[in-house]
Design a binder for this molecule. Structure first.
Ligand code: SAM
Length: 425
């Protein structure tokens, strides 16, 4: 049996040992405990049929059990993707984020996070702990294929993997290759799909498939979950074929509007974003645009309109859905301005409102700690993910890691009783 055939079987044994002792596992599959120990030590290899029996037994086991799996959080930012997988009872075993400001916010919100590792390009894949799921909202760094065409002209054969060298995506690929996690979730801007006439994306998907993963991808709009038009591409891969269908993502019944995330006068005031005025909570005046900036933005917009360009200086009300919050929102906030009525200039969103707009904060009490300056906070939220979208994807992925159909059915259907015969190596 080749190592790639063995791995799913060993994985099923590892999954089972999260719920059962070695003795229990041995009893359930009808072998001696010492046989189980030999499998774990790699001294002998169980037959494929063992995986089927384990899954049948796991499905039959009604004892309540917390789904458990491990994941790593690459290009972690402030941990938006982590949120969704922790909510599914995953445990983060490694984090990489090189920006000290983002790492500060991360640490403030996940105090039990182990060390946050820095530059991923300086970390050997072998030094990263084993994990079940790799997560990465990798930066949209342009791919240079120049080196590849040079190699082409030298007539050297190379695959997709080779073409990714020198990019941050290559680091993801190297980790997948070394660690072979059972699944991954990658996230990026929608335009990744059209970059360089679609060639960049083809290389990415090709490289993931070349590693043997079953890949699904989809541009998902965040607006059913948060009042923001934010289209992002999500790429999901499983090492074994499983049922995973983006069409089945659970979406909320009511799509929210901006009013759902704006400060309201009855909420508790929070320095430095809001203050109390005449017994009401109001947004701090420093978020209101100065006359000078507001005039400048309007002139700039008018000039661009004349030229037929769509420079975005957009004012939104409580019933609207905002444009995409970007990492450059701190510059002037022109992409999402909040209407404050005829007599006042519009204002920027506060970082607290950004936390809500990205789904980090919820009205039922989840609240992000924001330990950094407004500039850093805007940059961090603008770079992050719409958390409830990741929740929905994680909720669909995780059962696929833990349930029987995570494993391909053997070519010939095997009866459990028959499978037990001579199943022990
Ligand atoms: C698009 S953001 C991802 C944000 C994340 N998904 C979140 O929920 O906040 C990409 C992140 O990768 C980080 N980054 C870029 N290059 C890196 C590197 N070589 N090593 C570690 N982190 C890096 C950036 O600082 C940035 O925070």
């Amino acid at each position: 049996m080749s190592p790639s055939e063995e791995k799913p079987i060993l994985d099923s044994i590892r999954s089972a040992l999260r719920y059962w002792t070695q003795d229990e596992l041995a009893e359930r599959v009808g072998v001696e405990t010492r046989t189980v120990r030999r499998w774990i030590a790699g001294e002998t290899t169980p037959r494929y049929a063992i995986a089927r029996v384990i899954h049948a037994e796991l499905a039959r086991d009604e004892r309540p059990r917390a789904p458990q799996f491990t994941f790593i959080d690459l290009f972690a930012g402030i941990g938006g993707i982590r949120r969704g997988f922790e909510a599914q009872n995953g445990r983060c075993v490694f984090t990489s984020e090189w920006d000290p400001h983002a790492a500060r916010t991360y640490k403030a919100n996940y105090p039990d996070a182990d060390d946050i590792h820095g530059d991923i390009t300086k970390i050997a894949p072998a030094a990263i702990p084993d994990h079940d799921v790799l997560l990465g909202g990798f930066p949209c760094q342009p791919f240079s294929l120049a080196g590849v065409s040079k190699k082409n002209s030298l007539g050297r054969a190379h695959g997709f993997l080779d073409k990714t060298q020198g990019t941050l995506f290559f680091n993801i690929v190297s980790i997948l290759k070394e660690k072979q996690p059972r699944a991954f979730l990658l996230e990026n801007v929608k335009n990744l799909r059209s970059h360089d006439g679609g060639r960049t994306y083809a290389v990415i998907i090709g490289a993931l498939r070349e590693l043997g993963y079953h890949v699904s991808d989809r541009v998902v709009s965040a607006s059913p979950w948060v009042p923001q038009r934010r289209d992002r591409v999500y790429i999901v891969g499983f090492r074994t074929p499983v049922e995973f269908d983006f069409d089945k993502l659970a979406r909320p019944r009511r799509a929210p509007t901006l009013g759902d995330v704006l400060h309201d006068s009855t909420e508790e005031a929070e320095e430095p974003y809001t203050m109390v005025s005449r017994k009401r909570t109001v947004v701090h005046p420093r978020y209101t645009l100065s006359d000078h900036l507001w005039q400048y933005l309007q002139n700039y917009a008018a000039k661009h309109r004349e030229k037929g360009n769509g420079f975005g200086c957009s004012v939104f009300g409580a019933d609207d859905v905002a444009r995409t919050l970007s990492a450059r929102y701190h510059k002037d906030g022109s992409e999402i301005l909040v209407d404050q009525g005829r007599n006042r200039n519009p204002r920027r969103l506060t970082p607290r409102e950004c936390a809500r707009l990205m789904g980090f904060d919820t009205r039922d009490g989840q609240r992000m700690v924001i330990p950094v300056s407004d500039t850093q906070a805007y940059r961090q939220f603008g770079n992050s993910v719409a958390v409830p979208v990741v929740h929905a994807i994680a909720a669909m992925m995780v059962p696929r890691l833990l349930r029987p159909n995570d494993f391909p059915a053997p070519a010939v259907e095997v009866q459990a009783e028959f499978a037990l015969e001579g199943a022990a190596a």
